[in-house]
Design a protein around this ligand. Sequence first.
Ligand code: TXA
Ligand code: MG
Length: 346
Amino acid sequence: MQPERVETEVVRVHPQKPDETAMTRAAEALRGGGLVAFPTETVYGLGANALDAEAVARIFAAKGRPANNPLIVHVPDVAAARELVTDWPETAERLAERFWPGPLTLALPRRETIPDIVTAGGPTVAVRVPAHPVALALLRASGVPIAAPSANRSLRLSPTRAEHVRRGLSGRIEMILDGGPTTGGLESTVLDLTATPPRLLRPGLVTPAEIEAVIGPIARLSALPPTATALPSPGMMARHYAPRAPLELAEDDGGPRVAVLLSQGVKVGWIALGETAGIRAPGLETIALPPEPAAYAAQLYAALHALDDAGVERIVVALPPDTEAWLAVRDRLRRAATPENTPNAG
Ligand code: TXA
Ligand code: MG
């Protein structure tokens, strides 16, 4: 479906104390079937009234998202989450108490009130309470659950700034609430609570160890080979979260590969981990990200967006260590590195 052309209004809001008039207008747009992008503590989301199937269909059209990839439904609190599901197990109660509002999404058996298009026809619905004051204000002002994927074109980088959203979706959505850069930087952890034991579907800012400290052992996702055929979650396409330029992962600091590419006259973007020896060369853009997982996650997408903007032809990333603290970052980097023609690239 080709999205209709609409005027996109960008409205600046204070990230901590969003202006009430702005929030009322955004809520009205949502209730009227409109699409509103808003900041969460992870990435910007593209919201529609989750109970309005036509509005949700416009999300899929605006993003070019395949219909088999279900959406996360955002709610302001546990009571609202419980209204969307037929079962609220003890595990959900404990996790919500510990991590909500926050970057943890729970898949639970859905109620019939949720349109099929939200869950891609599946038996579960993914719910989360976001921690961002603007997201919470929008949820409260609109009084409806908000279905919201990341506010990017399908398979592209998630937006961590309003400007990223504008560039991808301008002319396709009614409003962008600009609450400044997001602080988390990577999408929420997705956990399937209908499986026994509960199953990690997407690593994120809440780590498996943190979840296990609350509910005991969970099934981890084994590192997805890029060509995995059986996908645990419809949205777990091998290629995802990708910049325009092909991205390569280096097991070392990336320097040797960068040198080779430069010698071939390739314009290179290099994402280093912490301090680098500091190669300077014409045609090289270097971004050093902090060697600490949370700080790295917060800056990764902005760095990839910046390298795309700089027009580099290849991106080389020094792969962070293979430890659980880096699980979500390594997951996103692996997906970003998957070639476009890989089966399951969606
Ligand atoms: O941090 C986030 O989660 C952001 C912000 C906006 O909340 N949202 C986000 O949404 O990343 P999206 O649509 O880009 O990713 C949602 C992921 C996809 O991998 C999707 O397949 C999975 O969650 N998902 C959604 N509903 C599901 C369900 N019922 N069962 C299993 N996986 C589900
Ligand atoms: Mg996404």
